[in-house]
Ligand binder design. Structure first.
Ligand code: SF4
Ligand code: SF4
Length: 446
């Protein structure tokens, strides 16, 4: 076996042992097994109010660049790209310095500056902007020989290879709290602990909590645990438009669309997936969904290509309907039921460059501009309790390998999946005593 193959095997083995996943929740070791000619580090925070990736790149440029090298070694890629926001000049210099210190990477890796538009950091637009390649409708970056990985994923890969346990994730807490911050927190930390660490809510009435991202996130209760792939917790007044939107049920939304949709097609005209050439026409799919049609031969199948970016609801619809909720929910149902869109070669629409939305305009539209700050990285937070889900990758549960009441150390394996499965093992993020729950594990520090 050649030394390259030995190195590749070791990288894949360590990624699995550390339980690493991509930002979309896929097992990292399986992504690294697939050959690619280009690896892209997605360091762009094109999500409104997102800060964690920018902090990662600014504070750990060497680790991110080393993670990129590992991913290039595993996939055999000869080109590496670090995608970084256009307004991060200092970080760009640090990344360039880190690349220059690596005698191998300095000729293979380049920087790409991402415009502050939404959703320029998404898979389709980013891969197209960097490589000029168009991902086929129904496909992913792998169809054009690209592996796109989040900066946090590559930081974790570096940690795993250098023998450290990946027990923490980076999260930014902002909105209606006294002391917004960015910090490393143990995986599975409680939302209530994060709000308390931010000095608590500013107003006496209970706030609404959104995790993940502004437009693709979900509402949570303080008693929930922070999901493993979430790097943003937004605390909002309960009356905020976004919160009201989250609180509207699918059925109420469907009836509203049935009654008020003007068929103006604006949701399709601004849909990034449609503009990137995917076979999706939201105004048609959404009309069919509102009418209660279920036949895949109708335009409903196009919903499976919705990325959930939320632009159709936040910016496009002139009568303030919420087509994004219907499109994304139905699309996810189709995918969970086993529907897979056919791969179709396509082209980017000529209107795409002019139809991207400035992030500042989006924040203004969503009445979130006042929360646009840069919360400092304050180090690591401790916690006396975490709750970890056994669903380490979507729809695949790990099986506990410890008993109720066992004491575990941070980094120790606590649940596992078969070697040949698409899942990853689960490691403890805290030293303490384990309690088995219906769908997860609680660890209390002791
Ligand atoms: S949320 Fe709306 S705009 Fe975004 S991809 Fe889905 S249909 Fe298109
Ligand atoms: S933008 Fe709004 S009104 Fe126009 S077709 Fe889409 S959902 Fe209907």
């Amino acid at each position: 076996m050649s030394s390259r193959l030995r190195a590749k095997d070791l990288i894949i083995k360590r990624a699995r042992e550390a339980g690493l996943t991509s930002d979309s929740g896929q097992a990292l070791h399986l992504l690294l097994k697939q050959p690619a000619d280009t690896v892209i580090v997605n360091g762009s925070e094109c999500e409104p109010l997102g800060r964690a990736k920018r902090e990662l790149l600014a504070n750990y440029p060497q680790k991110i660049v080393h993670g990129l090298r590992l991913a290039m070694e595993a996939t055999g890629a000869r080109t590496g790209i670090v995608a970084i926001d256009e307004d991060c000049d200092d970080t760009a210099r640090q990344i360039l310095a880190a690349i220059g210190q690596d005698g191998y990477l300095r000729f293979l890796v380049k920087l790409f500056r991402v415009p502050r538009r939404y959703p320029s950091g998404d898979e389709l637009p980013l891969v197209h902007a960097i490589t000029g390649r168009v991902i086929p409708s129904g496909g992913t970056a792998k169809e054009v020989s690209v592996l796109l990985l989040d900066a946090h994923c590559l930081w974790s890969l570096h940690e795993a290879i250098t023998g450290r346990s990946v027990t923490h994730q980076l999260v930014t807490v902002l909105g209606e709290v006294h002391r917004p911050f960015t910090a490393w927190v143990p995986r599975g930390i409680m939302i209530s602990a994060l709000v308390a660490a931010a000095g608590g809510p500013k107003k006496p009435e209970p706030p609404a909590l959104i995790v993940g991202s502004v437009l693709r996130g979900k509402s949570v209760l303080p008693s929930a645990a922070l999901p493993a792939t979430s790097s943003l917790l937004l605390v909002l007044p309960a009356k905020h438009r976004l919160v009201q939107q989250h609180a509207t049920t699918f059925e109420v939304n469907r009836k509203r669309i049935l009654a008020a949709c003007e068929g103006c097609e604006q949701c399709t005209c601004l849909c990034p997936q449609y503009l990137m050439g995917q076979c999706i026409t939201p105004h048609r799919s959404m009309r069919a969904i509102a009418l209660g049609l279920t036949d895949l031969a109708t335009e409903i199948a196009g919903a499976a290509l919705c990325s959930g970016c939320g632009l159709c609801s936040a910016v496009a619809c002139p009568v303030q309907l919420d087509p994004a909720q219907l499109m994304f929910a139905v699309g996810q149902q189709l995918l969970q039921a086993g529907y897979r869109p056919a791969l179709i070669t396509t082209a980017v629409k000529a209107e795409w460059p002019a139809r991207q939305v400035m992030l500042s305009r989006l924040l203004q539209r969503l009445d979130l501009l006042r929360y646009e700050i840069n919360p400092p990285l304050i180090g690591s937070l401790t916690s006396d309790r975490v709750v970890l889900t056994l669903e380490t990758t979507p729809r695949l549960k790990a099986t506990p390998v410890i008993r109720d009441g066992h004491r575990v150390k941070a980094g120790q394996r606590i649940a596992d999946v078969p070697l040949d499965s698409a899942g990853v093992p689960l490691n403890a993020s805290l030293t303490g005593t384990v309690r088995l729950l219906a769908a997860g594990l609680e660890i209390r520090a002791s």
